[in-house]
Unconditional design. Structure first.
Ligand code: MG
Length: 262
């Protein structure tokens, strides 16, 4: 009899748990637009909706690139920094780069370049493979603001990859800062910046500061006197997912009956 009661209790429990499993569905009341379909043909190629800034063939997407050379499908720094002709705000940036080999110089003098988002905010490019320097100036640093979370550097001559997610700063009409810039970055697939909040620009000679600028600005690649190579550069402009609230959130049971969520 006791065993029977135990089975009865267990059965009741299973039924109760079972009821909880098939809970009513929560619906937000927002009609989301379908996310765009993006085809990614190959890990080394740009996604279908990307703006390609360099694919190994020509420098037509860049200003001031007359003195940069294309060698073995890579663009090589030299003769001044280059800026993309197209301007970008919030974006995803993919860029591959390789430090000169054999390496020459040391510290900040070895394989120095930089990727400037919005022509203003530098994520450092440097040969940081067995090359000590100040930590907030090594490869993957937001220059003079934070070191990277890890040193994922490949040796000189090998290709490094930055995958960067950029949130542009916003400014008020009175030129004050409305919201700061943020950067998330992976270096060779390793997270090195995790939604880092920038304190402003990234100069050598003074603390960072924000100065109001346009909503979209060029990407700059720095020429720091070292023949750093770049290839496979593409950008995806980012927009928030779009949707419209058409009703308050609600619940729907498995027979399709709806009721407000309270
Ligand atoms: Mg630099």
């Amino acid at each position: 009899m006791k065993l029977f009661l135990n089975y009865l209790a267990l059965g009741t429990l299973i039924i109760l748990v079972g009821r909880n499993v098939v809970a009513d569905e929560y619906l937000s009341g927002i009609e989301w637009e379908e996310p765009s379909i993006v085809t990614v043909p190959d890990p080394c190629k740009a996604p279908s909706d990307a703006v390609v800034l360099f694919d190994g063939k020509d420098l037509s997407a860049w200003d001031n690139a007359e003195n940069w050379q294309i060698i073995d499908c890579a663009m090589v720094a030299g003769g001044g920094s280059v800026k993309s002709k197209q301007a970008f705000g919030d974006c995803q940036l993919h860029i591959e780069w390789s430090a000169p080999t054999p390496p020459t110089g040391d510290g900040q003098g070895r394989g120095n370049s930089g990727v400037y988002l919005m022509d203003t905010y530098e994520i450092q490019v440097l040969d940081s493979y067995d090359n000590p320097t100040y930590f907030d100036g090594q490869a993957g640093a937001i220059y003079k603001q934070t070191p990277p979370l890890a040193n994922a550097m490949r040796p000189p001559g090998q290709w490094n990859v930055y995958d960067i997610v950029w949130t542009a700063p916003r400014f008020n009409d009175d030129e004050s800062l409305a919201s700061p810039a943020y950067m998330t970055a992976l270096h060779n697939g390793v997270l090195i910046l995790n939604h880092f909040e920038l304190q402003g620009d990234t100069p050598f000679h003074r603390p960072p500061a924000y100065t109001k600028h346009a909503d979209k600005m060029p990407i700059q690649l720095q020429d720091h006197g070292n023949p750093v190579r770049f290839r496979n550069i593409w950008v995806r402009e980012l927009k928030p997912a779009a949707g419209t609230r058409v009703r308050d959130p609600f619940l729907r049971d498995d027979e399709g009956n709806e009721r407000p969520f309270e």
